[in-house]
Design a protein around this ligand. Structure first.
Ligand SMILES: N[C@@H](CCC(=O)N[C@@H](CS)C(=O)NCC(=O)O)C(=O)O
Length: 420
């Protein structure tokens, strides 16, 4: 990434042309904004003749003069060329460059449907960002996913979904590999077949860690928490000893991030979030020195740092569910702990009426968020009380319509977000 640096002035049409060219080709680069009245020593050193920008520095070697830079970019990264292959078109483009108008080649239409906090979505996002591929991010509402997601992913009905020129691709790993094939610069998969197979093995192993992370999210007491952490540790130990067991390599594939980092990194971010939300220790360099130093290298890469989901926002989300559980635990132990059919004994009373709609709301949220809130193992009394309550014919017939509640929550959330 830092292999390619562009020194320029943001307002200069010459610099802008280079930026367009790099963007069109999806080539990641570091933008070095120069001060026209106080140019950097590097710029003066790179372009001692004219002392002007733009200057593109590729692997330490400077290239000056915008037309030469464009030609050089086109030759070095021939994919997705803004300078057309056809000689006639090429000639036209040269002409229009001189006239001051770089023709815009129609950019691929790429849309990413996802949730900002989902590690699966993050895998795809990091891939696009690392490769510098422009895309439209479509943030889905978990409570009310767009009809497009159901249309694009009718089998699993989940995100991420990448839509490339109108064609949907589902499943995060498949999407990452697809992107890597279509835009091969900054390759994420090794070219050697054996190395590729090894990388894919670890990508799969990262996905296999998901149930253990899910158990930690769902744990409601110390014992469950410890069990879940043990399970995660088992996985991390394997990764520590067998995958990132190299002191020399910065990343799995060497000096640059590859598909293994893309697969493991977002899950480690989830673990970090759970550590903070549940006040537990899972990661750490005493236990997993290689993994920790690899993760630090990963997070240090500017594109990763900028695009990993915000930890404090994720923690807040986790803590909200924790808070609900705290309340439910009190209700479970103190209110419905005596095994009565309903609170009033055999007939519904005011307490049942008070809790009924709240629990209905939680059940809707469970469904919408994909989180088990009213877990029957965690809250057996509350669970059986709710079943009894729902079974009473008058209640059954008058419970609010689930779709209507979802629609209401959506409007309510939108208003809340707008007013915050
Ligand atoms: N194996 C899938 C997993 C995707 C997944 O679980 N997505 C979740 C978000 S983290 C989802 O869309 N859930 C919505 C739902 O289940 O309704 C992948 O790699 O893409």
């Amino acid at each position: 990434m830092a292999n390619l640096k562009l020194h320029g002035f943001w307002y200069s049409p010459f610099t802008v042309r280079e930026k367009w060219t790099l963007r069109l080709k999806g080539i990641p680069y570091e933008d070095i904004e120069e001060d026209r009245f106080n140019k950097s020593l590097q710029l003066l050193e790179y372009n001692p003749g004219y002392k002007r920008a733009p200057v593109l520095v590729h692997a330490g070697k400077p290239i000056c003069e915008y037309m030469l830079i464009i030609k050089c970019i086109d030759k070095t990264w021939p994919q997705n060329p803004p300078l057309a292959i056809d000689p006639y078109e090429k000639a036209l483009i040269h002409c229009s460059c001189w006239l001051g108008d770089l023709p815009t080649r129609s950019m691929a239409d790429i849309k990413l449907h996802g949730f900002w906090y989902s590690p699966f979505t993050v895998k795809v996002k990091l891939t696009l960002e690392l490769k510098g591929i422009p895309y439209e991010n479509i943030e889905e509402d978990r409570l009310n996913m767009s009809a497009q997601v159901f249309q694009y992913n009718p089998v699993y009905k989940r995100v991420p979904v990448l839509v490339h020129d109108g064609k949907p691709i589902c499943e995060s790993t498949i999407i990452v590999e697809y992107i890597d094939q279509i835009w091969p610069h900054y390759p994420l998969l090794p070219t050697d077949s054996y190395e590729r197979a090894l990388a894919r093995f670890w990508v799969k192993y990262a996905d296999d860690m998901v149930p253990a992370i899910g158990s930690l999210t769902q744990s409601s007491n110390d014992e469950e928490q410890e069990k879940a952490i043990e399970k995660i540790w088992e996985h991390l130990r394997v990764i520590e000893d067998q995958c990132f067991n190299n002191d020399v390599k910065k990343f799995f594939g060497g000096d640059t991030i590859n598909i293994v980092e893309i697969a493991v990194g977002p899950f480690l971010r989830c673990i970090e979030v759970l550590e903070e939300a549940l006040e537990v220790k899972v990661l750490g360099d005493e236990k997993f020195p290689h993994l920790q130093s690899w993760y630090n290298n990963f997070k240090d890469v500017p594109v990763i740092k900028e695009n990993l989901p915000d930890q404090s926002k994720m923690v807040a989300q986790e803590k909200a569910i924790e808070k609900i559980w705290e309340h439910l635990k009190v209700v479970e132990d103190q209110c419905f702990g005596d095994g009565k059919n309903v609170f009033g004994g055999d007939t519904i009373n005011i307490v049942d009426i008070a809790f009924g709609p709240l629990i209905t709301l939680l059940v809707v949220l469970e469904d919408a968020l994909g989180v088990k809130i009213l877990d029957d193992e965690k809250f057996p009394h509350l669970h059986s009380w709710y079943n009894n309550f729902k079974d009473v014919p008058v209640i059954k017939e008058n419970l609010p319509d689930q779709d209507k509640i979802v629609a209401f929550i959506k409007v309510f959330r939108e208003k809340l977000i707008a007013s915050s």
